[in-house]
Design a protein around this ligand. Structure first.
Ligand SMILES: O=C(O)CCC(=O)C(=O)O
Length: 195
């Protein structure tokens, strides 16, 4: 397991990256199982008063009573998929904390994307720890500082885990830009603790 802690001085970017959180064999199996068994949906979001489809597929799991609102969407508790429950336990063991929800994103090709945003909703608390697990082809995961002209790119490997901690969400936005290059399908699962 390669661990990498990144802390860029004076920028409050605090990351822990584990390249092989799952073995390659396990990650391949999980990718296939998630593709086949997760009830992926393309939801509509409201952007500048207009309803538009999200440029990716999503799914959501959370404990009873745990709701999450972002981009005008409110996600309600759904019974945990067994694979997501297993992954949650493994991530909790590593992160030494508990999570009560998981947001899943499926980028089918280079035209699927995630706009720049921060996971800073008030219900995540002051210094949220977000645990982000990736499967499938690599994509550019870009951090952009809110005030300074700084960017930081990562390529999140198949089966990897990234923890975003501390003040990261207050000072940095992150996103997955579209690309014209040929890229393989990718899935990402972010575990959150909603207070
Ligand atoms: O796909 C990714 O790695 C990004 C996911 C993300 O930013 C989010 O779920 O808030």
């Amino acid at each position: 397991m390669l661990h990498l802690t990144e802390y860029i001085e004076d920028t409050q970017l605090e990351l822990i990256y584990v390249e092989s959180f799952l073995s390659l064999r396990e990650a391949d199996q999980w990718l296939e199982e998630c593709r086949e068994t997760i009830p992926w949906q393309q939801l509509q979001i409201k952007l500048m008063g207009k309803e538009i489809p999200q440029p990716r597929l999503t799914a959501w799991y959370s404990d009873p009573g745990v709701h999450y609102t972002y981009s005008g969407l409110t996600l309600h508790p759904t019974e945990w998929h067994p694979l997501m429950q297993e992954l949650r336990e493994r991530v909790e063991e590593f992160a030494l904390m508990t999570f009560n929800s998981a947001l899943l994103n499926y980028y089918r090709d280079g035209q699927d994307s995630m706009g720049f945003h921060a996971d800073n909703e008030p219900e995540l608390g002051k210094q949220p720890v977000i645990a982000s697990f990736s499967l499938g082809g690599p994509r550019r995961f870009v951090f952009k500082h809110r005030q300074l002209k700084k960017k930081h790119d990562l390529s999140l490997a198949h089966g990897s885990l990234l923890l975003m901690k501390g003040e990261t969400q207050h000072h940095w936005l992150h996103g997955i830009p579209k690309t014209k290059k040929h890229v393989n399908e990718r899935m990402n699962i972010t575990f959150r603790k909603i207070l």
